[in-house]
Write a protein that binds this ligand. Structure first.
Ligand SMILES: Nc1ncnc2c1ncn2[C@@H]1O[C@H](COP(=O)(O)OP(=O)(O)OP(=O)(O)O)[C@@H](O)[C@H]1O
Length: 239
């Protein structure tokens, strides 16, 4: 089953056409990576998926409903690049506050904090956390409502390698339990951790693939190299 269907999506931001007509589907219960260089349109696409981006034309369907439908609010979680937690509350207070909005209790809040590896900092004010910790506090607040679709904009930026691996394990744990995750990144070494890959460049979909297929198409075990080979092959065809 597909959790997300995007058909002929066109988005302009300012006077620029950022997404010139995207079509793809995202399977449910998997981790789909949205990979592409800075400025390729990843955030714009994620905003369209959660229904906060004005779109010029096209259709975005999430869990069978138009993106942004009121009944999707509880079912879709979105973590932006800028952590969206209250700086003057502790991590625990933030998580419990968001839990209460979803009708959840302290137990779920504490579990979400533990999931992102912040149990030791639960009593600390968010204002006193490092950038990476703040990002994880934000993630905990999105996890607390157990959304069916989780859209995460560069969730591992600034994290040390051990935490990154732990978070990716957590993502796969969530997917195994049925959650659909869409995770953006601009570092190709994270591409290998995804079940599926959407590769964006200048708002266009260069590949809708799996890591194994991309390696085969790009004739390289190294995903970055494989990606470059696929990009160059496309450019030669276009020239
Ligand atoms: N509010 C805005 N008004 C006009 N143009 C914008 C606006 N926000 C983004 N853009 C442009 O849209 C394009 C895509 O931006 P977007 O943030 O979606 O890219 P991205 O792939 O998420 O980049 P990054 O990895 O750096 O976050 C960029 O060229 C950017 O300059």
């Amino acid at each position: 089953m597909d959790a997300v269907t995007v058909t002929d999506l066109v988005v302009d931001r300012g006077r620029r056409r950022v997404l010139p007509g995207l079509s793809f589907t995202v399977p449910a219960g998997q981790v789909t990576g949205l990979l592409g260089p800075s400025g390729s349109g990843k955030t714009t696409l994620m905003r369209a998926l959660v229904g906060v981006q004005q779109v010029r034309s096209g259709r975005v369907t999430v869990l069978g409903r138009p993106a942004g439908s009121p009944d999707l609010r509880r079912r879709v979680g979105y973590v932006t690049q800028a952590p969206s937690v209250y700086a003057d509350l502790t991590v625990r207070e933030n998580a419990r506050y968001f839990a209460s909005l979803y009708g959840m209790g302290a137990r779920e809040a504490d579990a979400a904090i533990a999931d992102v590896g912040l149990a030791g900092a639960a009593g600390q004010l968010v204002a006193d956390l490092s950038g990476g910790q703040r990002g994880r506090a934000s993630l905990a607040c999105a996890l607390v409502g157990s959304p069916e679709v989780l859209v995460l904009d560069e969730p591992t930026v600034g994290l040390d390698p051990v935490l990154r691996v732990e978070l990716w394990e957590r993502f796969h744990g969530l997917a195994a339990a049925g959650t659909t995750l869409i995770v953006s990144s601009h570092v190709m070494d994270e591409a290998g951790r995804c079940d599926r890959l959407l590769l964006l460049r200048d708002g266009e979909l260069i590949a809708d693939s799996t890591p194994a297929q991309l390696r085969a198409d790009g004739h390289s075990e190294d995903l970055e190299e494989a990606f470059l080979t696929v990009v160059r092959a496309r450019e030669e065809v276009a020239a």
